[in-house]
Design a protein around this ligand. Structure first.
Ligand code: ZN
Length: 363
């Protein structure tokens, strides 16, 4: 990561050096014009007046409310930041306030605060996150239950908040799963420190404990439910609808009965297995579509297990991503139907959590 940051810093310096001389040349020409316009005796006084005027006008001694463009070409804008944040600048210069991260990443570790000179990249030349030193990876974390019963797959509210706080404080960006789809297609660049949160099975503690904390931190997450569990010990339809309508939580299928789709059951023939796979993919998908008015797009395999037949069934149902529980992060070249996820366990500490946040793979 340090190599990557140094690379960004070098890029920043080179860009400023390349573009800024035009600005300096312009200032020099203005000074010469003024000097010719005054007589020798008044030169000192007028020059002093001009310097003060120019400094005030250019914002060198006072910070304007809006940022000041120092130079620009087809690839970059160099500007001095006024009282604006990265999202406001992204809205103005990139046409989309959601691209504030692009400006933050291009200037990292320099902050986007008043008085700092920064660059705004106008072209996205690297949507798949490949660099000379290595390539970007996106970790997907996998949670299950929330509470204090001490189960291995259960994370307490305190632990969960500590983890969310860590992500916030260390500049990780929690993104939606649908953003990863664009990255895997080579079309959409992602923030360098992107992380995705997923929660499997559909326990009610998701609504009671995780959802309020996700709202507090404004972090999106994808909840994978198996449909037989809905309104039958698991999340209620009303809870699913409430979370879905928040815009933060996406609800997606995780089978009908939570059977292992990669295994033929005892005495299960080929045609019975084929029907089971079809039902375990199609039924929860249609149920969620009827509940939420939108066809689901992503599927988490029960126990993380899959095979080519299951993947074919996902494709036949318009599902675009399949998620396993292979513990690794995902590169742009990861097969979309074999996405890796790292399980988060309640009996492990913060060190284990932090180790799963791998956002760059050195070559
Ligand atoms: Zn599960």
């Amino acid at each position: 990561m340090m190599i990557s940051v140094r690379h960004t810093a070098r890029l920043h310096k080179a860009t400023v050096k390349r573009i800024l001389p035009e600005c300096h040349r312009c200032c020099r020409e203005r000074a010469i014009t003024i000097r010719k316009a005054v007589d020798r005796n008044k030169f000192l006084i007028v020059s002093l007046f001009f310097i003060v005027y120019a400094l005030l006008g250019s914002g060198c001694s006072s910070l304007p409310a809006t940022s000041e463009v120092l130079a620009r070409d087809s690839e970059f804008i160099v500007l001095r930041v006024g009282n604006e944040d990265a999202n406001t600048l992204a809205h103005r210069y990139l046409g989309d306030e959601k691209l504030g991260w692009l400006i933050e990443d291009a200037n990292y570790p320099r902050s986007i605060v008043s008085g700092n000179e920064i660059i705004i990249p106008l072209q996205n030349k690297n949507p798949i996150g490949f660099e000379f030193e290595g390539y970007q990876t996106v970790p997907i974390l996998c949670y299950h239950r929330f509470g204090n019963k001490g189960r291995r797959l259960e994370v307490s509210a305190k632990q969960f908040e500590e983890q969310l706080k860590y992500l916030k404080q260390h500049d990780y960006r929690v993104i939606h799963l649908h953003e990863l789809y664009g990255f895997l297609k080579g079309e959409q660049a992602l923030p360098k420190r992107s992380v995705i949160l997923t929660i499997d099975d559909g326990h009610r503690s998701i609504y009671k404990i995780a959802y309020p904390l996700l709202k507090k931190y404004n972090f999106p997450a994808t909840v994978f439910v198996y449909s037989d569990y809905m309104n039958n010990g698991g999340l209620k339809t009303s809870e699913i609808k409430t979370m879905n309508s928040s815009g933060l939580i996406s609800i997606q299928p995780h089978s009908k009965t939570h059977s292992n789709l990669a295994l033929n059951g005892a005495g299960e023939g080929k045609s019975a297995y084929r029907k089971r796979v079809r039902d375990e993919v199609r039924i929860p998908s249609r149920k969620l579509e009827n509940t939420l008015g939108k066809a689901p797009r992503y599927y988490a395999y029960p126990f993380g297990d899959t095979n080519p037949q299951v993947i074919d069934e996902l494709k036949a149902n318009g599902l675009l991503l399949g998620l396993t529980v292979q513990s690794a992060a995902n590169a742009a070249f990861t097969y979309p139907y074999l996405l890796n996820r790292s399980m988060i366990f309640g009996d492990r500490g913060m060190d284990d959590f932090v180790a799963k946040l791998k956002t760059f793979q050195a070559r």
